[in-house]
Write a protein that binds this ligand. Structure first.
Ligand code: ADP
Ligand code: MG
Length: 249
């Protein structure tokens, strides 16, 4: 079953065409790792997937929610975009937690504000998720009292609280000290094992080898090649891929 479908996605900022016609189909429970040089359009692609960025051209479908770029901006379209966003968890490089809320309050906020859940119920959901990311004993800590790795795990739990169909990660470990990277990757790996559909932008090659069903290599706004981690890391066909991998290794 297809979960994400991207057709002829283009995005320009003024004269700068950053995405030049991306086609990508991702199955339910598939884990896709996107790699590529800085500036190749990886973040823009993720942001277009949930319309944080409005594409210039193309069609995005996540689950049952389909949006055409440049479509007439009416109430119906806005509603579909809102639904599509709700169903898409997004975890950034910076953790973006509310600093004045505790870990558990950060997770409860979405279900209460967006799903209209009762606070007691949201608290139960949040407790389960905190335990899941290994922070059951940190629920009353404020972000500043948590390490970067712990904050990022709270951020992941916060996204999961909205019960997303897919999770998008944009370099989730690149702001972390090296010793904190693993704990975050293990949480993402556990989500993969549970069958979460995920698109992960990362430079962590070993992690990609562990979790990726597919590795997509992007450069200059196009998908240069894609395949299993073995196909891409050991037997890449394209010169651009080889050069990139040679540099990051
Ligand atoms: P990556 O994540 O692969 O490093 P990005 O998607 O962040 O690449 O950026 C791709 C290109 O798009 C860059 O040239 C960047 O300057 C440009 N870009 C990204 N966001 C914006 C924006 N909001 N306005 C103008 N240009 C942007
Ligand atoms: Mg980026």
């Amino acid at each position: 079953m297809t979960m994400i479908q991207v057709e002829n996605l283009k995005k320009a900022f003024g004269d700068n065409e950053v995405l030049k016609g991306i086609d990508l189909t991702i199955d339910k429970s598939e884990v896709v790792v996107i790699m590529g040089p800085s500036g190749s359009g990886k973040s823009t692609l993720l942001r277009c997937l949930n319309f944080l960025e409005e594409p210039t051209e193309g069609v995005i479908q996540i689950g049952e929610y389909q949006v055409h770029a440049g479509g007439k901006i009416d109430r119906q379209r806005k509603k579909v975009i809102r639904e599509l966003r709700k169903k898409t968890g997004f975890v950034f490089q910076s953790f973006n937690l509310f600093p004045h809320k505790t870990a558990i309050e950060n997770i409860m906020e979405g279900p209460i504000a967006i799903h209209g859940m009762k606070p007691e119920e949201a608290k139960k959901v949040a407790e389960v998720l905190l335990a899941k990311v290994g922070l059951g004993d940190r629920s009353d800590h404020f972000p500043a009292q948590l390490s970067g790795g712990q904050q990022q795990r709270v951020a992941i739990a916060r996204s999961l609280a909205l019960n997303p169909l897919v999770m998008l990660f944009d370099e989730p470990t690149s702001a972390l000290d090296p010793e904190l990277v693993r704990e975050v990757l293990l949480v993402i790996k556990s989500l993969a094992e549970e069958g979460m559909t995920m698109v992960i932008v990362t430079h962590e090659m070993n992690f990609a080898k562990e979790v990726a069903d597919r590795v997509v290599f992007m450069d200059e706004g196009v998908i240069v090649e894609q395949g299993t981690s073995k196909e891409i890391f050991l037997h890449s066909k394209e010169e651009r891929t080889k050069q990139f991998l040679y540099q990051v290794e």
